[in-house]
Design a protein around this ligand. Structure first.
Ligand code: NAD
Length: 234
């Protein structure tokens, strides 16, 4: 998707952290952003930043675990913006601690937001995405989906579910001839937001800068291929 000018992008959990930077980075390309978050005031702050930079954005209060809320936002968006081109499933939560010390309610909430949320959003928007000439589902997963993360078991497991959903969807779309709908699963290590505040990056890795990550995601969508880490200064 070389040209992002005028593309409609919806970002979940965009009132803060990586979601905010993704919204700002996509807006800089000329895309129109629907900034959403469960936290009512936060998306408006992101919209303000985008508008100050000369970009175009609207805000919606959206809880990814509430299918009715998601359907309402989808219908409003369709009427005002038109069909979506890029869905970014970014909203996520972490409840850290030993498996037994974290309450069952907290484990279940993590799954609801991180694993079921992207399912609800993708289900609501897939028909619109298929109707476009070129479109994207971008899932902000986590390296924990692949390597696990002790003391964050439900978080890592929910991210594995998200990764698997993306893999299945990509294969299904390809098989059904909808090769114009791409699915990108982003699996970063630790990023400098509030979520893993104070965490030390594992050996041989570094804490990623959220703005650089957002730019890499934009570049990957533009090129239609992923950015690989540079090894040995190459
Ligand atoms: N920070 C990291 O180190 C890191 C690493 C890899 C992946 N990720 C993933 O990146 C994504 C963004 O994380 P972040 O670090 O920016 O966290 P963050 O806590 O700064 O932002 C998360 C946002 O999601 C919103 N949110 C929470 N529950 C929601 C719900 N039910 N519906 C809608 N919005 C909701 C919050 O209000 C918040 O604005 C998450 O999915 C996270 O798992 C983060």
């Amino acid at each position: 998707m070389n040209q992002l000018v005028g593309k409609q992008v919806l970002v979940t959990g965009a009132g803060n952290g990586i979601g905010r930077d993704l919204s700002v980075a996509f807006a800089k390309t000329g895309a129109r952003i629907c900034v959403t978050d469960i936290n009512d005031d936060a998306p408006a702050e992101t919209v303000e930043i985008i508008k100050t930079n000369g970009g175009e954005a609207i805000s919606e209060s959206l809880d990814v675990t509430d299918p009715e809320n998601v359907r309402e936002v989808r219908d409003r968006l369709l009427e005002s913006f038109g069909p979506l081109d890029i869905l970014i499933n970014n909203a996520g939560i972490l409840r850290a601690g030993g498996f037994e010390t974290v309450s069952l309610e907290d484990h279940l909430e993590v799954f609801e937001v991180n694993a079921l949320g992207p399912m609800v959003l993708t289900h609501a928007f897939l028909t619109d995405l298929i109707s476009r000439r070129e479109s994207y589902v971008v899932n902000i997963v986590d390296a924990a989906a692949i390597i696990g993360l002790p003391k964050a078991s439900s978080y890592a497991a929910s991210k594995s579910a998200m990764l698997s959903l993306g893999d299945c969807l990509r294969a299904e779309l390809y098989d059904a001839g909808h090769r114009h709908v791409r699915v990108l699963s982003v699996c970063p290590g630790i990023v400098n937001t509030d979520m893993f505040h104070g965490a030390i990056a594992p050996k041989m890795t570094e804490v990623l800068d959220r703005r650089k990550l957002a730019k890499q995601v934009v570049d990957s969508v533009r090129r239609g291929s992923v950015a690989l880490p540079k090894i040995g200064g190459q």
